[in-house]
Design a binder for this molecule. Structure first.
Ligand SMILES: [Zn+2]
Length: 175
């Protein structure tokens, strides 16, 4: 995160824009699109407002990924500590492009991705989905050894029932 450092702002005026203002990050710069008829005062007011909005959006994403990693670390310590660094992921992230699965794990680069659909579920279900993917770092396939690791989490059965219920209601979703 860039922290308090003020980014380079490029303001682009557009004659086609009437009221809408938008902003996006382009490398080190932030591009702010404003209507051509805005006064200088309106321009500076809107640039400040859009920078604050952008920072809030980025802060929210960073914080929730950080929270996910904290949660994963707690689960590792509680249920998989005897595996030491074997169960330590390189990264744990929320993703929005994973609609067919609750979570996924790539053991080769030790990355874990959790679907944003899980974000609204109860804590004990999020913990199950995370622990399931952490266990895949140790055992990649769904064999008996894998399910024995998952069963260390006391609410595994209940969480699987919860997820199966949702998957039945939304057929595209499955483990
Ligand atoms: Zn699995």
């Amino acid at each position: 995160m860039a922290g308090a450092r003020k980014p380079v702002v490029e303001v682009r005026r557009s004659q086609r824009r009437r009221r809408t203002v938008s902003a996006y990050r382009d490398g080190e710069r932030v591009v702010v699109l404003i209507p051509d008829q805005f006064s200088r005062a309106e321009e500076s007011e809107w640039v400040d407002r859009m920078l604050a909005r952008l920072a809030a959006r980025e802060g929210r994403l960073a914080r929730s990924d950080a929270e996910l990693l904290t949660r994963a670390t707690r689960l590792m310590d509680t249920y998989l500590s005897d595996y030491g660094t074997q169960a330590v992921p390189a990264s744990v992230r929320w993703v929005t492009n994973q609609n067919g699965r609750w979570g996924s794990c790539t053991p080769a680069d030790r990355t874990i991705r959790i679907s944003h659909r899980v974000q609204e579920m109860p804590d004990w279900v999020i913990d199950y989905v995370l622990l399931h993917e952490l266990a895949h770092l140790i055992v990649p396939s769904h064999n008996a050894a894998f399910w024995a690791l998952v069963a260390r989490y006391p609410k595994s059965e209940r969480a699987r029932g919860y997820l199966e219920g949702i998957a039945a209601a939304v057929p595209a979703l499955a483990d």
